[in-house]
Write a protein that binds this ligand. Structure first.
Ligand code: FES
Length: 130
């Protein structure tokens, strides 16, 4: 599933100026243990809802294959860490940080994601906007 979000500008709760939160979809649209991909400020973001209800957002680009596929990855855990495995070559990434658990030299961008009422929103940091 691909969604095209509407952007809203809000005050960053941590007081670091403005955070540009983009609406992705309704929380109920996210199926537990599945991801969706969304275009946010020109960046393909993979948004995941895991079994316990938590949300995570990573770049959708798999650095090993060069394909935009992480939203279709397999969710799981490794030693208590929530993870997604690329559907291409199966490297496993930490959903919280984007770090690759199979290759410490590689990490995906991880983005702030939040639930706002029944909506799910993602914020990109300046360095990732296009
Ligand atoms: S564009 Fe949505 S999964 Fe590829």
């Amino acid at each position: 599933m691909t969604t095209t979000p509407e952007a809203t500008i809000t005050r960053d709760p941590a007081g670091r100026g403005t955070a540009r939160w983009s609406d992705i979809c309704s929380y109920a649209d996210l199926i537990p243990e599945r991801g969706v991909c969304a275009m946010v400020d020109g960046v393909q973001v993979a948004v995941f809802r895991v079994y316990d209800g938590a949300l995570y957002a990573l770049s959708n680009l798999d650095p090993f294959s060069g394909a935009y596929v992480l939203s279709r990855g397999i969710l799981g855990t490794r030693d208590g860490t929530p993870t997604v495995a690329s559907p291409m070559y199966k490297q496993v990434f930490d959903l919280r940080t984007g770090a690759c658990l199979d290759d410490p030299r590689v990490a995906l961008p991880a983005f702030p994601v939040r639930r706002a009422g029944d909506r799910v929103e993602v914020a990109l940091t300046d360095e990732h906007r296009q």
